[in-house]
Design a binder for this molecule. Structure first.
Ligand code: NAD
Length: 357
């Protein structure tokens, strides 16, 4: 088994180092190879996703990814910006299904911005379609400039599109995931205004007929945003398009206390996957040694379960994280009165120690 390790920029390198420490103590038969991606790759090779990095990712069973981006690249031509590396990996590896579980650990109920009774026991799964929608529409409007900005332009546009097979396959993923959970799917759309999402709704409904045990309901995205903060436990599996999923999954992340706790998996039809924390490169805290590595460590657990067929090892990591939280250790983002504040490395060390017990 081969893992491509792409730490990226900002806190990416700090948190991936902790996940690697955890993976190494499991003593499993896999090989890890590291490569540059994002701003770091742009600095070294002039491109955020060099051919060699893409080849390594494609030739691996799984990719463990940190995060990319920094404000200093905001003036670069869009194709050269660090974030393009993610889009390139998703497109070239066919990673169409993004799993973002939002689980509220009982130990962190007080770190949520919502009342404890609203989030205690929360366990929802947001499934975001990842390779279609407005982020991949053609043509992209560009009236004047090529530097990523539009001085003097009169308009700019992006096109929203989905094809039937793109919707069908993500719908199947959602219904199959629901079969292993509480058997409820909420499909989020904007069918009242957008043709693309009326099409989405019709096709999800059609696929739903093949899963009679699963209850399907439809919700407009504006209502879904409201329900996520009003009564998040009403959801089980939420399936939606790329843009709505981007926004809703970050909102769901905060329900659980911190985006620093949330793993994600992006899979293709061969179960090859890219595993990364839900958050970005956090330039505001990079280099300070205070980033929470748990989202990345939990992403490594998802990687073991989904792409490397090592479910028992994944369970061990998740249990170790829970033990560490029980012991009261907290990084700054999840710290509350009465708990012990630790940095990135100490948190990684604590997970390693809990695994050894
Ligand atoms: P961000 O997720 O990097 O940070 C948002 C806030 O959450 C910041 O205050 C940050 O300090 C905090 N935070 C994030 N992760 C944390 C962690 N592990 N521990 C503690 N606190 C954490 O989002 P942003 O600030 O909007 O974006 C920063 C850069 O990251 C941008 O260049 C953006 O494009 C990029 N980005 C990359 C990805 C990715 O690599 N997949 C995703 C989102 C944003």
């Amino acid at each position: 088994m081969k893992i491509a390790v792409l730490p990226g920029d900002g806190i990416g390198t700090e948190i991936v180092a902790e996940a690697i420490k955890v993976l190494k103590v499991l003593d499993l038969p896999f090989e890890m190879e590291t490569a540059l991606v994002g701003g770091a790759a742009y600095e070294a090779h002039g491109h955020p996703l060099p051919e060699s990095t893409l080849k390594l990712a494609q030739a691996s069973d799984a990719v463990l990814f940190g995060a990319v981006g920094d404000w200093k690249y905001d003036t670069l031509d869009r194709p050269l910006r660090p974030e393009q590396a993610i889009l390139g990996l998703r497109k070239n590896m066919g990673l169409f299904a993004n799993f973002r579980p939002a689980i509220c650990y009982p130990q962190l109920v007080d770190a949520s911005s919502l009342k404890p009774e609203l989030v205690a026991g929360l366990d929802i799964l947001i499934i975001r379609e990842l390779t279609g929608d407005i982020y991949f529409g053609q043509p992209r409007g560009r009236r004047v400039a090529t530097d990523g900005h539009f001085p003097g332009a009169e308009e700019a546009f992006d096109t929203m599109r989905y094809s039937r097979p793109e919707i069908e396959r993500i719908a199947h993923v959602a219904f199959q995931a629901a079969m292993k959970r509480d058997k409820r799917v909420t499909s989020v759309d904007k069918a009242n205004v957008l043709e693309t999402f009326q099409f989405w709704k019709d096709i999800v409904t059609e696929i739903g007929l093949q899963y009679p045990e699963v209850t399907l309901d439809h919700m407009y995205v504006d209502n879904a945003a409201m329900q996520l903060v009003r009564a998040p436990k009403r959801f089980d599996v939420v399936v939606t398009g790329n843009m709505f999923g981007d926004i809703l999954s970050d909102a769901a992340a905060m329900l659980t206390g911190s985006i620093g706790m949330l793993p994600s998996a992006s899979l293709n039809s061969k179960n090859q996957g890219l595993y990364e924390p839900s958050h970005g490169s956090a330039p505001d805290i990079a280099g300070k040694g205070i980033a929470n590595p748990l989202a990345t460590i939990l992403s490594a657990a998802m990687m073991l379960r989904f792409s490397l067929n090592q479910a028992a090892a994944a369970d061990r990591i998740e249990a170790a994280v829970s033990k560490v939280l029980d012991s009261g250790l907290r990084t700054t983002d999840i710290w509350s009165e009465g708990t012990t504040r630790v940095g990135t490395t100490a948190m990684g060390d604590a997970v390693v120690a809990a695994l050894a017990k």
